[in-house]
Design a protein around this ligand. Structure first.
Ligand code: ADP
Length: 290
């Protein structure tokens, strides 16, 4: 089982003729609403890849839409609390060049209960996976709970906050970053990747694939990215992380898990959107046959 304590957002996507200037009122050319939030994206990727995925989080009292979306993608929503605050949302502007501009309202994502998280993890078994990102409070406390219960704790350090990462390191097994985040961490801590005090580090490298470094012996496993025509890379990292967690929870080894995640992310970037673009297990398996 993969337990993912993470954010759930409604992405309010506005296609605009240009980015609005200060004081300007602008009509959107197209509008759509999609499921988003790094937490929800990773849960969807993980569930679609075939893992039992329990999402721990919070949405607004009246919001049946987000739960229905998650459930439709195969995520276990029984541990998502309904709280007073509205479901989190992201107002997204996308201009004709594909550039985006985003304002996030955390809403219900900020109203988590550590007691509720603890109650869920009390049912987890040694070897289960705990997935965390930076869009909820109590990540450090939750990582500690996971460590105490002997879960394999994966922390996706995004959106990147250097202080949050340093605080998490003692309690996690695998730190996941993209290239930019890794460079920032190395620069801020004046510490090369090799010296980061954590058992394992995974760095995604966009079209260059990804590396997994075992910090205890320095061994590096590389996976290439597959050659595809990317149309929208939003959520590529979330896809990679969610599918990797699914593969590890099945007992796949490092190399196999990386191959699965890379195949999945290569499909995900050829489709618009984040959560709705996550591939199914059948699609991933078909890609792995090629
Ligand atoms: P993030 O979305 O967090 O910035 P990356 O850009 O590193 O993360 O992408 C995550 C993963 O998605 C990569 O490791 C790779 O497997 C896959 N990916 C991203 N961009 C492409 C691309 N253009 N072609 C194929 N795979 C890609």
């Amino acid at each position: 089982t993969v337990y993912n304590f993470g954010s759930i957002n409604r992405d309010l996507i506005h296609e605009v003729p240009h980015m609005p200037a200060p004081g300007e009122t602008l009509a959107a050319k197209r509008y759509s609403v999609g499921l988003g939030g790094k937490g929800a994206n990773q849960s969807v990727a993980c569930a679609r890849a075939g893992a039992k995925t329990v999402h721990i989080g919070a949405v607004g009292q009246q919001d049946t839409w987000s739960l229905a979306q998650l459930e439709g993608f195969g995520v276990d929503v029984s541990q998502i609390r309904r709280v007073e605050a509205e479901t989190g949302h992201a107002v997204i502007y996308v201009d004709p060049t594909g550039e985006n501009s985003i304002v996030i309202q955390h809403g219900a994502n900020a109203e988590q209960s550590l007691e509720a998280v603890e109650a869920v993890l009390a049912k987890a078994n040694s070897g289960d996976i705990l997935l965390l990102q930076n869009e909820t409070p109590f990540t450090e406390e939750t990582a500690k709970l996971g460590r105490n219960r002997d879960l394999f704790v994966i922390y996706s350090a995004a959106p990147f906050e250097p202080d949050a990462v340093s605080a998490m390191l003692p309690y996690i097994d695998l730190l996941v970053m993209n290239r930019g985040e890794c460079e920032e961490l190395e620069r801020r801590n004046k510490m090369p990747l090799a010296d980061i005090p954590v058992p394992h580090v995974l760095v995604t490298l966009g079209a260059d694939g990804a590396i997994w470094r075992d910090q205890s012996d320095g061994s590096v496993t590389h996976v290439a990215a597959r050659k595809v025509d990317a149309v929208d890379t939003t959520g590529a990292g979330d896809c990679f992380t969610g599918v990797l967690a699914a593969a590890l929870s099945e007992g796949k080894n490092r190399k196999q898990a990386l191959e699965m995640a890379s195949a999945a992310a290569a499909i995900q970037v050829t489709r618009p959107g984040a959560a709705p673009a996550m591939p199914t297990r059948d699609e991933i398996d078909a890609a792995l046959q090629d």
